[in-house]
Design a protein around this ligand. Sequence first.
Ligand code: F6R
Length: 360
Amino acid sequence: QKGGYKHFMLKEIFEQPKVIADCLAGRVDLAAGRALLPELASLPTPERLFIVACGTSFHAGLWGMYLLEQWAGVPTRVEIASEFRYRDPILLPGDVVVAISQSGETADTLAGIRLARERGAKVIGLCNVVGSSVARESDVVVYTQAGPEISVASTKAMCSQLTALTLLALSLGEITGRMSRQARVDCLANLEKLPSVLEAELPRMRERAAVLAKTFSESSSFLYLGRGPYYPLALEGALKLKEISYIHAEGYAAGEMKHGPIALIDPRFPTFALAPVDELFPKVKSNLEEVQARGGKIIALTNPGSDLRVDHVWEIPKAWGPLTTFLMLPALQMFAYEMADYLGKDVDQPRNLAKSVTVE
Ligand code: F6R
């Protein structure tokens, strides 16, 4: 069942090229620069979006916000479902809630859906499991097509959620007229290239992750930093590390460093930075210089052409715009995986965790 892999988690990390291809299948009209999501045809164009989810799915949602606001111009708010459900949210006619859940059975996310519908909002369920509660209780469902995810730690499901959110942002970007046809064509063409780029890169990524995990196996705490769409990825990198290797990790927006966490930096507290070569690169670079000035060790995931001078420069290919995310996410997952495996932890069944959280 593990297809020759030592753990389901590793198998599922390696399945991501296929997951992206499956999620795109039948949903791309390249010539028209159109993302095809016929599921959404019955819904009005949202005036505002609320994304509601938990854990890794919440991180996917937070990433989606950057694309939805920039490409589609739809005001988007992302909330942890357990907060949303109890805070008396203001929902107006024209608001649409996107509930993201791999399992489709997460109690808090379901409660968020029920609350949203009671208040008259339409709900899009972004979900992996056909016929699940989220699928049944949402007004419309966009399936993420990741296939069954066995490992408790979610990996390929997030990749599929990011793919579906990209399609949603493209589709709304066309409807609102905010995203040009050329930009949509470029994005879709590059999305379609991702599976082969990723496929070629994954074995190399794993080797590098294994070496780095060994190097840092005695660290008891990590700081993950990112900006823009890579901030949610920093949160996700930290979550993966803590849940399977039991090493404390915190994800932070890189710009928040000087507002507190920088006090923690010393030679025993490493930083894992997401530093793609994009318009925010100079900002991340200067944050990392501040870490270095305090003796902090740094692993930086970056792209060719970066002039970063840090302890461990980890180069991965650059993709179009925020699509570099799809290449950085598996590197974060692999690092956590290799760390947990090196430390002898139960990778697929981490202590205290369940695959689907059906109680609040
Ligand atoms: C982390 C993880 C959890 C889930 C969360 C939501 O690796 O798996 O944080 O993402 O419990 O689950 P779903 O997406 O099934 O609602």
